[in-house]
Design a protein around this ligand. Structure first.
Ligand code: TXA
Ligand code: MG
Length: 324
């Protein structure tokens, strides 16, 4: 494994069917040639990701749309003009060249053009679209730096280091219906942003699948230590909070407040700034997970507006498995 800013070495690895972790504006991705099923299989193995959870295909040019999708929908170009390159993934009917392993057997494929020069150069120079989930082990904290990737995926062939991701939270995933868009996963681009170019749909996503987006599980993004959302009052959180002599808590502050009962305080923001909180979210969770002085984490909730909706989605999923 090597870390590099040398794109040509990474290109060679992609072309030979290997894995490259690369920076995007949202989180780091774990990439392989999207048209090579054996290469894509390595992503699932390395991440220990269940095969029912489909991958996003990353492109660097709109010319890939008609190759990868069927019945090209003109609205894709409207969305692309406004939001690409950027943190928006559009789920579209897939063409035959997209291997079933990429889409977990679904007839649709999620496509996005990332807003990061290293990612775009990697895709262009490799000459293939790149399938990439976030570069973390399944269920764990997403990476926003090359160091985060190395911590969880030490065996990846190559990690391209592009510095910290400047958005910090995953792309918004949408599907299109006859009358507009449906959000499948909350992300940096909000429903209000999308409504500036398309109406939101009145219908649920048409899908033979039970889950409209199979990767949307209740538990995800979890640190290896218990995390609670302040005020959730679950029996387990009460037990941790009552036993200060046994368990050392860390407080993850959003507003800047620093309750005295916590030995460690980390910040999403010191001023209640939602964009700053998104950028800091996964980095703060990694720091607290790594801090030997911390046994559990209590996160201050953020307001459910703008990107706060996506931040709360991530925090709730991180806390889910520790609730019971
Ligand atoms: O910002 C991001 O989206 C990052 C960077 C690396 O691009 N990628 C990312 O990938 O977050 P991942 O695999 O961690 O999450 C992608 C999610 C899947 O779990 C699934 O819910 C949804 O996108 N998805 C992908 N393809 C889909 C499809 N065909 N239909 C419905 N949902 C899909
Ligand atoms: Mg992920």
């Amino acid at each position: 494994m090597f870390e590099s800013t040398n794109i040509s070495l990474a290109v060679k690895i992609i072309q030979e069917g290997g894995l490259v972790a690369f920076p995007t504006e949202t989180v780091y991705g774990l990439g392989a040639d999207a048209l090579n099923p054996e290469a894509v299989a390595k992503i699932f193995a390395e991440k220990e990701r269940p095969s029912f959870d489909p991958l996003i295909v990353h492109i660097a040019s709109l010319e890939d749309i008609p190759r990868l999708t069927r019945n090209v929908d003109e609205r894709v170009y409207t969305l692309a003009k406004r939001f690409w390159p950027g943190p928006l993934t559009i789920v579209l009917p897939k063409s035959d060249i997209v291997p079933d392993i990429v889409t977990s057997g679904l007839p649709t494929v999620g496509i996005r053009m990332p807003n990061n020069p290293i990612a775009l150069a990697l895709i262009k120079s490799s000459g293939c679209p790149i399938a990439a989930p976030s570069a973390n082990k399944f269920g764990r904290i997403s990476p926003t730096t090359a160091q985060h990737v190395r911590k969880q995926l030490p065996n990846v062939d190559c990690i391209l280091d592009g510095g910290p991701s400047f958005v910090g939270i995953e792309s918004t995933v949408i599907a299109l219906n006859s009358d507009g868009f449906v959000i499948l996963r909350e992300g940096f681009i909000t429903a209000d942003d999308l409504k500036t170019v398309l109406p939101s749909s009145n219908f649920p996503v048409e899908s033979g699948n039970k889950l409209s987006s199979p990767g949307l599980l209740n538990s995800h993004y979890s640190p290896l230590k218990p995390i609670f959302i302040e005020g959730d009052n679950s029996p387990k959180s009460v037990e941790f909070l009552k036993n200060a002599s046994l368990y050392r808590g860390a407080y993850l502050s959003f507003s800047g407040k620093t309750p005295e009962s916590y030995g460690v305080v980390d910040y999403l923001s010191k001023t209640g700034d939602l964009r700053e909180a998104a950028v800091n979210l996964f980095g703060a969770l990694h720091r607290l997970e790594d801090n030997p002085q911390v046994d559990f984490i209590v996160a201050e909730p953020v307001p459910l507006r703008e990107i706060g909706i996506a931040i709360m989605d991530r925090l709730k999923k991180a806390a889910y498995k520790y609730k019971k």
